[in-house]
Design a protein around this ligand. Structure first.
Ligand code: ADP
Length: 159
């Protein structure tokens, strides 16, 4: 069985992320969307909340599983018997860092490939941080994030 891990912060999940999840689900037998637990960052949504949001938005995709991890991604991928790490690429600015990461991960474990999926052009400008910036000042985020979290994102900034 070909298993891929799709890692990220997903704070919050955007429709750009979901597009990559769906498309990688067509390429692999199983895709594990893995939420990075990074204690150095102050997120808008806790890891548990982010996992829950992804579970709810991906519930109809049969071969997708949601999980979280901390520590080295490559070790997590190995522990899940994954043969690949999936990354989304939006622009050249993503590429330089991702290339460096891919080489490092290849050095750490040559058996696991990094696969890049080009963003859907509709979402090429979309990032979680930009969504947060727009929402913080009351801008419209409709169509950029799953409907079930639209209101909650605004609520977080009102507290
Ligand atoms: P971000 O805050 O940049 O959205 P994440 O760490 O949550 O970052 O992203 C996880 C993965 O999803 C990364 O591989 C990233 O390149 C990819 N990704 C993020 N947004 C998009 C998008 N709009 N289209 C395609 N891939 C994306």
């Amino acid at each position: 069985m070909k298993i891929a891990v799709y890692p990220g912060s997903f704070d919050p999940t955007t429709n750009g992320h979901l597009d990559i999840v769906k498309r990688s689900g067509l390429l692999f037998d199983k895709v594990i969307v893995a939420v990075l637990n990074n204690p150095n960052k102050k997120p808008l949504f806790s890891v548990e909340e982010r996992v829950d949001i992804l579970r709810r938005t991906c519930k109809d995709i049969e071969n997708v599983e949601i999980d979280c991890f901390s520590g080295l991604l490559i070790d997590y991928a190995k522990s899940k018997n994954a043969c690949a790490i999936v990354k989304g690429l939006r622009a050249v600015s993503d590429f330089e860092y991702e290339l460096q990461m891919a080489h490092m991960n290849k050095k750490l474990n040559p058996d696991i490939e990094t696969i890049f999926i080009m963003t859907n052009s509709r979402y090429s400008y979309l990032s979680s941080s930009l969504v947060k910036e727009v929402a913080q000042f009351g801008g419209c985020i409709k169509g950029l994030v799953p409907e079930i979290i639209e209101d909650e994102i605004y609520n977080r900034f009102m507290k």
